[in-house]
Design a binder for this molecule. Structure first.
Ligand SMILES: NC(=O)c1ccc[n+]([C@@H]2O[C@H](COP(=O)([O-])OP(=O)(O)OC[C@H]3O[C@@H](n4cnc5c(N)ncnc54)[C@H](OP(=O)(O)O)[C@@H]3O)[C@@H](O)[C@H]2O)c1
Length: 344
């Protein structure tokens, strides 16, 4: 295994690459392609030749600087600290930094990177796992952020079991489409909440029933669920608790909108406090990619239980449209930016 810092990185020392960047907090329509220096891997990092990069809500947050609190927690106070957009990645290792022991040049990997809407991207070794051989670069690139969040919500936070009644709000989204599949794989009876236009996708993911949030208030149906995963609504906790069984588990993944300072994160912060006073388990999720979690996602994919539902693909110079379309609700499941010309 190659542990040299320089053996393969020298060729990139003065090289440049194409990247989709945003230097100021603004709307995603400001994201544009520019020429940047190819970065050099530091300790514990690898340089990837990017093949595909998934689009997730986090990219919109990084581009816009909303909610404001994220500017104080390391993403850049006045402008994005990392101007290159994108986090999800699938690609090939082309150089390794000091201390990298698990990966070698030529490995095909997927995970999260620091600025993946580019020809090359840096990633920490412990945020990457081997790409399953039978999975395309596009599918692998669409998975990391959303599938890991879904895995943590369904398996780790809610411990979904066979026979349980599970409600997934935001079932047609990036996280939700994976959450439905992972819960179905556990043997649960899944109800998805999404717009009618995307109901077919949710059914294809394995949900037994789809409820259109635009016409039906799921909290007013008089039904209860053993587990509720909210990956898209801003439904107040008290209303969700009404349809949660007395010892059920609610996991708040997220929802868009909310106030200027913390956006839609309020419920996730309050949920654990309310949980202290009830037998219902109320959790707010703070997901994080790790090699171990990516390997669990890969195992689910290899077993045939889970796949990326990609509805839109964009070339790198249309990254702006990709993020805009996601923010406008035009994506069903996942969108992916294909960086290499021929990505299977
Ligand atoms: N906590 C964490 O660590 C973590 C990790 C990843 C993501 N997130 C957050 O989780 C949320 C979902 O992320 P995502 O990437 O899956 O976003 P996404 O792909 O845009 O999906 C959003 C989903 O929410 C649905 N939706 C919108 N309004 C709704 C409502 N009133 N009731 C029920 N469903 C509604 C959408 O349905 P239609 O499109 O059919 O209208 C869509 O299925 C975002 O807020 C994101 O920031 C949090």
């Amino acid at each position: 295994m190659n542990t040299s810092t320089t053996a393969t990185s020298t060729q990139h020392d003065t090289a440049t690459m194409t990247a989709a960047i945003q230097r100021h907090y603004s709307g995603p329509e400001e994201i544009h392609v520019d020429t940047m220096a190819v970065p050099q891997p530091g300790t514990g990092e690898v340089l990837l030749e990017v093949h595909a990069a998934g689009v997730d809500r986090g990219v919109w947050h990084l581009a816009t600087g909303h909610p404001f609190v994220m500017r104080f927690i390391g993403f850049g106070l006045r402008h994005p600290k990392q101007p290159i957009m994108g986090t999800d990645v699938a690609g090939v290792v082309t150089a390794i930094g000091a201390g990298v022991t698990r990966l070698a040049v030529g490995d095909e990997v997927f995970g999260t990177a620091d600025g993946s809407f580019a020809s090359f991207a840096l990633a920490k070794e412990d945020r990457l796992a081997s790409k399953p051989a039978e999975v395309s670069m596009a599918d692998a690139g669409a998975m990391p952020v959303s599938a890991v969040a879904a895995l943590q919500a369904v398996e780790d936070a809610a411990n979904v079991r066979a026979g349980q009644r599970v409600l997934v709000l935001g079932a047609s989204g990036g996280v939700g489409s994976f959450a439905v599949q992972i819960a179905v794989a556990a043997g649960a009876h899944v109800t998805g909440v999404a717009s009618a236009a995307k109901a077919t996708l949710v059914t294809k993911m394995g949900a037994e029933r789809v409820i259109d949030y635009r016409t039906t208030d799921v909290t007013a149906l008089g039904e209860t669920f053993d587990v509720i995963i909210d990956a898209g609504s801003l439904t107040p906790l008290r209303r969700l608790r009404r349809i949660l069984s007395p010892t059920g588990t609610l996991v708040i993944v997220g929802g868009e909108g909310g106030g200027f300072l913390i956006g839609g994160a309020g419920r996730a912060l309050v949920a654990p406090l309310v949980s202290l006073f009830t037998k219902q388990r109320l959790r707010g999720l703070m997901s994080a990619t790790s090699a171990a979690r990516l390997r669990r996602v890969a195992a689910l994919v290899e077993s045939g239980a889970v796949r990326a539902a990609i509805s839109h693909r964009y070339p790198l110079d249309q990254a702006s449209e990709a993020v805009t379309d996601l923010a406008q609700g035009r994506i069903a499941g996942k969108a992916v930016v294909t960086v290499r010309a021929r990505v299977s």
